[in-house]
Design a protein around this ligand. Structure first.
Ligand SMILES: CC(C)(COP(=O)(O)OP(=O)(O)OC[C@H]1O[C@@H](n2cnc3c(N)ncnc32)[C@H](O)[C@@H]1OP(=O)(O)O)[C@@H](O)C(=O)NCCC(=O)NCCS
Length: 102
């Protein structure tokens, strides 16, 4: 299976914080990203604020591809925020660290 292409897009810098879109693209050359992670980077740490994969591309590994790319780029990569049971299962499968902060 061809892996999704993942690109890091810097959105803005606000003092010590850098905001990123982490975009996953279909190997079918669909022009828009089919999944996006929203990441805040501060120093050596990066926090996943949210991740969204479009309905018709779910359960095809795009969310995991975004996570793996983030974990490769930022060794101190964590997630905050509340999640439903399905996304909890996804986070657990991806092996992402989750803080207790909301
Ligand atoms: C959560 C979300 C990002 C997962 O994206 P995805 O591309 O479908 O995830 P993957 O295909 O990489 O899934 C990897 C594994 O996670 C688990 N998983 C993912 N979605 C799941 C679901 N709905 N129910 C149960 N397990 C799930 C499975 O173990 C899956 O492996 P499998 O398909 O081989 O069984 C996507 O469902 C989504 O955008 N949800 C709405 C937004 C959201 O809840 N975001 C998370 C808040 S941070």
């Amino acid at each position: 299976m061809t892996l999704p292409r993942v690109e890091f897009r810097k959105i803005r810098t606000d003092g010590p914080v850098v905001y990123w879109y982490v975009e996953a693209y279909s190997p079918d050359d669909f022009v828009f990203p089919v999944g996006t992670g929203y990441v805040l980077e501060a120093g050596t740490a990066a926090h996943l604020s949210y991740i969204l994969v479009a309905d018709q591309w779910r359960r095809k590994g795009y969310g995991t591809a975004i996570f793996q790319a983030c974990k490769s780029r930022w060794t101190n990569f964590i997630s905050t925020g509340s999640m439903d049971s399905a996304s909890e299962l996804f986070m657990s499968a991806a092996g992402i660290l989750k803080t207790s902060e909301e």
